[in-house]
Ligand binder design. Structure first.
Ligand SMILES: [Zn+2]
Length: 384
């Protein structure tokens, strides 16, 4: 049975989440951050970028997706008077809205590099990872980290500016990592979220060769060390708030969806990849929570949503069967990866943690109207 954080609605099943006195790691670190004196953050940030300048033109690399957070990051760096090089590894199945937002980001006033890997090979890896580890978004989860590091070495830019530190914002990892300053090799290896699938395993896929995997691998330790690479988090120097990031980004031309995004309770994120719905549904089946919970918990911590109201929203929106996502049906999305609906449903069943969901006496899952399983001991206990 799932138990929940006494402040937000993060569940005990969330991977790597720690609890102390009934409070989850994300709530603990949010409490700590609210006590910060941010007044020196700006100066520390400026000094750090100036002290680590190596490329005469660029001050840092900003990994960007075109989303609300990366649009905000680029704006912040420009406001501080620095010149970023923006680097994108596009999503697995970039949506039209995602492309629009990338084009908007390119108009903010900085140089931009887009690195696209071989699509046919990537498609094979997507398909393989979906069956092998239940993660159709696996290439993206790797490339968003490796590509900026490749670019940093290539252009000799020693600072990569990431947005929020996941160990702080989402409480994932060891308690001491809520105070992380640098995103380094140790953090990459510990929290790389590769689900046990290694890059070298990809060579077992028919049609994938060593030459196809350059961007899936990090540069050598020697190259990284001789550059003096530092991965830093913007949320160490300026307060981080997804809502205000969205407001600032929209004022800069960032476009949101006209409707709520499936599986969550917002219209301002997860806009750039048709497979988000599939990924989030598998997360729900594996752990009994998904993206709507992440968003709701962020809002609860900031006193923008009550825990009781959130629990009602989550019952309705979290873990929805991804019958369609934005303007595409599930059948259309899966067809690209040569995955049938039958194969999809079979994989979903394989990765479902039956202990988390209601079952009838015959052991069959009790399903909601859309076909997604009903959580056992659902949130209703929190608002009844
Ligand atoms: Zn919490």
């Amino acid at each position: 049975m799932i138990s929940y954080c006494s402040r937000c609605l993060y569940p005990s099943t969330k991977p790597d989440l720690w609890f102390q006195d009934g409070l989850c790691g994300a709530c603990h670190s949010f409490e700590q951050r609210s006590k910060y004196d941010w007044s020196s953050g700006r100066q520390v940030f400026r000094d750090l970028l100036r002290a680590n300048k190596k490329n005469p033109r660029y001050d840092c690399i900003v990994p960007v997706s075109g989303g609300k957070d990366s649009t905000y990051q680029v704006w912040r760096v420009l406001q501080e008077g620095f010149n970023p090089l923006c680097v994108t590894a596009p999503t697995d199945q970039l949506t039209a809205l995602g492309r629009t937002n990338i084009e908007n980001l390119k108009s903010l006033g900085c140089d931009y590099v887009e690195i696209s890997v071989n699509r046919e090979v990537r498609k094979k890896i997507n398909r393989h990872a979906f069956f092998a580890v239940g993660d159709i978004q696996w290439p993206e989860h790797l490339l968003i980290y490796t590509t900026p590091v490749r670019a940093a070495v290539q252009f000799q830019i020693p600072v990569i500016l990431w947005g929020e530190c996941p160990q702080r914002e989402y409480g994932a990892g060891r308690p001491e990592d809520a105070y992380l300053k640098y995103f380094d090799r140790r953090v990459l290896e510990e929290y790389g979220s590769l689900n046990g699938l290694r890059v070298s395993d990809l060579l077992a896929i028919d049609g994938v060769a060593v030459r196809d995997l350059y961007f899936y691998e990090y540069p050598s330790v020697e190259d990284v060390d001789s550059l003096g690479l530092k991965g830093i988090y913007l949320d160490n120097y300026f307060p981080w708030n997804g809502i205000s990031n969205a407001v600032i980004s929209q004022s800069l031309g960032f476009r949101v969806s006209e409707t709520n995004i499936l599986g969550t309770i917002s219209n301002y994120e997860n806009l750039d990849n048709y497979v988000h719905g599939i990924h989030d549904y598998l997360k729900y089946l594996k752990f009994g929570f998904s993206r709507a919970t992440d968003v709701a918990c962020n809002l609860i911590r900031r006193n923008l949503l009550s825990r009781e109201d959130a629990s009602m929203l989550l019952e309705r929106h979290d873990g929805r069967y991804p019958a369609s996502y934005l303007d595409r049906t599930l059948t259309e999305i899966l067809a690209y990866f040569e995955i049938s609906m039958q194969e999809f449903d079979a994989v979903c069943d394989d990765y479902t943690n039956y202990d988390l969901f209601l079952q009838d006496q015959a052991g069959q899952l009790t399903r909601r109207e859309d076909g997604s399983p009903q959580l056992a001991g659902s949130y209703s206990c929190l608002h009844s």
